[in-house]
Write a protein that binds this ligand. Sequence first.
Ligand code: SF4
Ligand code: SF4
Length: 503
Amino acid sequence: MCLVEPHVFFPPAGAIVPDRQLATGCTTVLRTAPPDRKLDGKYDFIVRTDSPRVKKAREDILEFLLVHHPLDCPVCDQAGECDLQDYSHRHGRDKSRYLEVKNVPPKKDLGPDVLLYTTRCIVCTRCIRFAEEVSGTGELGLVHRGSHDEIDIPRSHEGVPLQVLDNKLAGNVVDICPVGALTSKDFLFKSRPWFLEKANSVCSGCSVGCNITVEYKADGVYRIKPRFHEDINQHWMCDDGRLGYHYVNSDDRLQLPMKRVDDELTPTHWADALAVITEKLSEIETEDIVVIGSAQGTNEDNYVLQQFAHGVLKTTQLGLFGQLPGEEHKFPQFTIEADKNPNMAGARTILGSANGNVVLEGDALWEKVSGAKVVYLVSGGPERPLEDAEKAALESVDFLIVQDVLPSEVTQLADVVLPGTTFAEKDGTFTNSTGWVQRIRKAVDPPGEARADWEITQQLAKQLGGEMNYHFAGEIALAIAENVPGYGDTTHQKIGDAGIKLT
Ligand code: SF4
Ligand code: SF4
């Protein structure tokens, strides 16, 4: 489809280069002509992209691509974002001249999230190249010959698939398939793409910080797609990140504050929950309070928490909580990191910024938590099991305040539970493991009466006499830029969509 008509004015010595030979634009190499051989004394090389010959050739190629294509756009998931559909509108005929019987190869289940509608495949082989070059797993290949060739995975002599496409980068083949052949089971028939709103954001699945687009409607998140960032994720993302958004839409989400009444967590309203907490906090000595920020939270969430701890509670006992480490996965052109938090680096720096950079983690944190009078723990993110030492420490706390998004082992131990927000429901920034500070953007409203985490902390601070008065996350980012060493350029405006790398 990229045929062009190049005019070469200075064929290399001895080469036979017919004038006006059509060539593929993507592989044609530009050359510089010697001064005495330039056309009109100034042009090195001319490429015609719209001559009658080129247009006719493109129409012919498109006609070949459509020979066996079912043209089932009305029921195809790709309609609305299909290169073949767009090309047909631009370059195609209004009628097919093909009267013979079309090939109808079977639909193939390629793995946990990928389904191949073989009839729609135009055999561009992008998916094969992806599995060879980017994931390095090489599951896919071509079988049969000529107009019968099909994408497939290796099969035994009995026709049983020997493999499935289940590497952790498999979902990317759905994105790069130019037609509706490779489809995501997770998104299949859920929505027409033109009905979805899009928010540029950052994956919260690990500390790589892949750039993503959150695609959503008013009733929730529908899918996550990777967004190009040359230095972080190029065009890709992993399936853990891609499919890890379901907890955002969960019916189990915490929607109301809760307080413990007769040993049961009972829903209450915000004013009551905050009154219970402020009453408790105002009667406790500062050295008996531990405040724990979240590596799932934004820099803005953690900055307000740090100000609350230092400025209002006057405690220096700050800790950091997050998802448990997982496995690292390395591919030829991509790495999934073991730290399953999007903002470990940012939370650590920002929580420690007014504290001589002392932020308790691991054993030191749980030792401090053991027997503490009051602990205010901000969590967030998918449910995370507690290890024995963590559970024992939290059980021993006299009064435990937990801010989270889902019921969990942590909320079960709480005296007051405050419903916070996920990455898809708030604005802010994450700092990835290599120092890129990037923006996340609010896509959907939080469920019920859940609120952005920094808003909850600020409300608590105000009730205890604190003077914080931020109105939106960008305002907190300005304060971070002013007060946190190294973060001088990280206002939301400067970060934009490209991100800023800390130096
Ligand atoms: S990327 Fe899509 S169209 Fe191209 S070969 Fe693979 S399945 Fe076929
Ligand atoms: S590598 Fe990490 S940041 Fe990237 S998509 Fe996967 S989980 Fe998300």
